[in-house]
Design a binder for this molecule. Structure first.
Ligand code: BDR
Ligand code: CA
Length: 320
C-alpha cells in the first residue's frame, strides 16, 4: 500500500493480540508484510490457528504467517488460559481458516521480509521476544533493515505476571535482554499505556452491533475482557483496555505518547524480580554512588493521551 508504513507483527494471539491484528490490517497507515507467531498466551500451534482466523475476520489480503518459537530460550512455556480462554481467543468458536502458514520458521520469514523490503521495516512485538532475539542472533546482517521495534513489554512500575514483571518479558527475560541490548531503536510500550488505552462499554456495544466480521469480533473479544476485568475487580469506570492494540496505535501515531529515553535493564537473576524491566529514570547519577548505567537506552512510554487512540481504534473498525 503506497505511503503506508511497512510493519511485521510478532504475536502470541491472544485476545488483545487479535485486537491488534484487526487494527493493523484495517488501518490504512500500515502495510502488514508478515506475521510471526510465538508460544505465549497459548501454545504455538493454537497461536498460529488463532492468527489465521483473525486475518479472515479482518478481511486481510494474502499475508504470510509463520510459526516460530514454541518455548522461551531457557524457561518452560507458561500460558495464560485464565485471561485468554482455553483456545487463547476467548473460546468464541471462530470458523477454521482456509489460509495456511508459510512452510518456514518465523525467523526465516522475518529475515526474508526484512531483506526483501525496499525500505526498513518496523517490527511490532506483542509477545515474548523469543523470535526477535533468535532473529538478531541468527541473522545480525538484517539489523540495519529494522527501522524500529515497537515492543509491548515491560513496565516502569508494577508488573502483571508477577509483582515485578510484565508477562511478555517475564515469559522470556533472556530474549528481552537480547532485544533491548542490540542497539536498535526500541519504543517500550509497557503496562502503563497498556492498561490506559481503552474504549467504553458503549463503544463495545457499537462494535457488536456493527456490520462486518471485524468489528463484531473486536466487540466479542472486548466483551470477554470486560468479564475478566469484573472478575479481577480491576476497573473502576466503564472502560476496557485494548491492550496490545494500543502498541499498534503507537506505531501508527506516536504523538499522544509521553516518553523518556532511558536505560532499560532486564532483571535476569532467579527470584522475585526475574523479568522486571528496570527503567533508570534518574536525572542525576552520582559518580560515587553508581557509575553503572550500562544498559542501552530505549524510548519508554511513561504516559499517554488515550482519547486519540480510542478514536483511531474505533475509526479503523467502524469507519470514521
Ligand atoms: C501482554 O501479555 C499478554 O497476555 C498480552 O497479550 C500482552 O501482550 C501483557 O502483559
Ligand atoms: Ca500479546
Amino acid at each position: 500500500m503506497s505511503g503506508a508504513k511497512p510493519v511485521i507483527l510478532d504475536v502470541d494471539t491472544g485476545v488483545d493480540d487479535a485486537l491488534a491484528i484487526l487494527l493493523a490490517v484495517r488501518h490504512p497507515a500500515l502495510d502488514v508484510r508478515a506475521i510471526t507467531c510465538t508460544g505465549g498466551n497459548a501454545p504455538l500451534a493454537q497461536v498460529v490457528t488463532n492468527t489465521l482466523r483473525v486475518l479472515d475476520a479482518a478481511g486481510a489480503g494474502p499475508t504470510p504467517v509463520a510459526a516460530g518459537a514454541h518455548r522461551p530460550l531457557l524457561e518452560a512455556p507458561q500460558h495464560a488460559a485464565a485471561i485468554h480462554g482455553s483456545d487463547g481467543l476467548a473460546d468464541l468458536g471462530l470458523p477454521d481458516s482456509g489460509r495456511t502458514p508459510e512452510p518456514v520458521h518465523a525467523v526465516e520469514l522475518l529475515r526474508r521480509a526484512l531483506a526483501d523490503s525496499e525500505e526498513p521495516l518496523t517490527i511490532i512485538s506483542l509477545a515474548p521476544l523469543t523470535n526477535i532475539a533468535l532473529l538478531l542472533r541468527t541473522h545480525p546482517e538484517v539489523i540495519d533493515r529494522i527501522e524500529r521495534v515497537v515492543m509491548m513489554g515491560g513496565a516502569v512500575g508494577t508488573g502483571n505476571a508477577t509483582a515485578a514483571a510484565e508477562f511478555n518479558v517475564w515469559h522470556d527475560p533472556e530474549a528481552a535482554a537480547i532485544v533491548l541490548g542490540a542497539g536498535l531503536d526500541v519504543l517500550m510500550y509497557g503496562l502503563e499505556p497498556f492498561y490506559c488505552v481503552g474504549v467504553s462499554h458503549d463503544d463495545v456495544r457499537r462494535l457488536l452491533a456493527a456490520e462486518g466480521a471485524a468489528p463484531r469480533l473486536a466487540g466479542a473479544l472486548l466483551t470477554h475482557l470486560i468479564g475478566i476485568d469484573a472478575t479481577e475487580e480491576r476497573v473502576a469506570d466503564d472502560r476496557v483496555a485494548i491492550g496490545d492494540a494500543g502498541a499498534v496505535c503507537a506505531a501508527i501515531d506516536p504523538a499522544p505518547l509521553v516518553t523518556r529515553v532511558a536505560p532499560v535493564e532486564v532483571a535476569l537473576a532467579p527470584g522475585a524480580t526475574r523479568g522486571q524491566t528496570i527503567v533508570d529514570l534518574r536525572t542525576m547519577v552520582g559518580a560515587d554512588i553508581s557509575a553503572a548505567r550500562d544498559a542501552l537506552p530505549a524510548t519508554v512510554v511513561l504516559d499517554v493521551d488515550s482519547e486519540p487512540y480510542r478514536r483511531l481504534f474505533l475509526d479503523a473498525l467502524l469507519g470514521p
